[in-house]
Design a protein around this ligand. Structure first.
Ligand SMILES: NC(=O)c1ccc[n+]([C@@H]2O[C@H](COP(=O)([O-])OP(=O)(O)OC[C@H]3O[C@@H](n4cnc5c(N)ncnc54)[C@H](OP(=O)(O)O)[C@@H]3O)[C@@H](O)[C@H]2O)c1
Length: 298
């Protein structure tokens, strides 16, 4: 997509959208519409994706567990944008949730998948419950792979579409305190790279977004402290979404944020691997030096 495809950002102060922005919206919707599915589309980065895609005229399937938040967010989008919405309250970490999602969306032409929801437990690997590890594998690895398989087949048949996987800079190296989460983010990044190569000739754009730290309710709930990896300012979700959609169709992976790109270049290209692991591990420990607050089980 061209830069001016950041169509949602092109409204003038009067609220009018320029002709160029309208054309960019139309071409985005023709390439990736008529429907997008945002897995985890009610808060944080997923909600920012939902808002931007709605502004670009895509109908939305929104998936999350908390029904009230889901319904009120869908209502808010429906009042603001002339699009169709299908809010589905499902747990993507369960086989039943995924089966229900596929059954309920089977007839819908989904041209864009944003695989966003993840579990990010902080703490020593051995201290987590076995059920936490199982849920992490199910939500962070199983769900993205099966969503991409199921929706990717339809896109490849139609010869157009896009798949965005939310990965993380944590996935570039092993990291103490987030060992399993970091491994799961490496999984989706490598999956995205392979699919980018496989699906490009079939008209489907695949992209891994390797975000750095982003100000989201999930991150803030975990009680991170200034310092360590938090020495750099947190990014805002809107900016992550803008840079990700700008990269879609242009490359296989994107790191939103200039500071993040520079630090990633240093860590992955200049530092020996052992030093990169040590740096990210001590940075994460410093961030949670006052202890961390695990997200309440929902
Ligand atoms: N925040 C950061 O600093 C950061 C940095 C790098 C990468 N990322 C990646 O960006 C993505 C989004 O992160 P985030 O911080 O915005 O928060 P998140 O907790 O990954 O996503 C929140 C959204 O996912 C939904 N969700 C969570 N578990 C679900 C489940 N089992 N089934 C269905 N929906 C579920 C939530 O709604 P319900 O709770 O109602 O289900 C909510 O809509 C993740 O993949 C994360 O790894 C985040």
């Amino acid at each position: 997509m061209r830069d001016d495809a950041a169509a949602g950002k092109r409204a003038s102060p009067s609220g009018r959208v320029s002709g160029r922005a309208q054309r960019a919206r139309a071409s985005f919707a023709a390439r990736y519409g008529p429907w997008a599915l945002v897995a985890g589309g009610t808060d944080g980065i997923g909600a920012a994706f939902a808002r931007e895609l709605a502004a670009r005229g895509l109908n939305l399937v929104l998936v999350a567990r908390r029904s009230e938040l889901l319904q009120s967010f869908a209502r808010e989008l429906g009042e603001r944008y002339p699009i169709r919405l299908l809010p589905l309250s499902l747990d993507l970490a369960t086989p039943e949730g995924l089966s229900a999602l596929f059954a309920l969306t089977g007839e819908i032409e989904i041209g864009l998948l944003v695989s966003n929801a993840a579990l990010s437990p902080i703490g020593e690997f051995l201290d987590h419950l076995d059920s936490t590890h199982e849920r992490l594998i199910d939500l962070n690895c199983r769900a993205p792979a099966l969503l991409a398989w199921r929706l990717g087949r339809g896109m490849a048949e139609r010869g157009r579409g896009g798949i965005i996987f939310l990965s993380s800079m944590a996935g570039f190296q092993g990291t103490a305190l987030t060992a399993h989460y970091a491994a799961s983010k490496a999984y989706v990044r490598v999956l995205a790279e392979g699919l980018w190569k496989e699906l490009r000739p079939r008209g489907v754009d695949v992209l891994a977004c390797n975000a750095g730290l982003v100000r989201t309710p999930t991150l803030l709930r975990e009680n991170p402290r200034e310092g360590g990896l938090l020495a750099a300012p947190l990014m805002e979700s809107d900016r992550v979404v803008f840079e990700t959609l700008r990269a879609l169709g242009r490359r296989a992976t994107v790191i939103p944020g200039r500071t993040n790109r520079i630090s990633s270049w240093i860590v992955t290209r200049l530092l020996p691997r052992k030093a990169a692991i040590a740096l990210f591990s001590s940075g994460t420990r410093a961030m949670y030096r006052d202890g961390y607050r695990p997200s309440p089980p929902r």
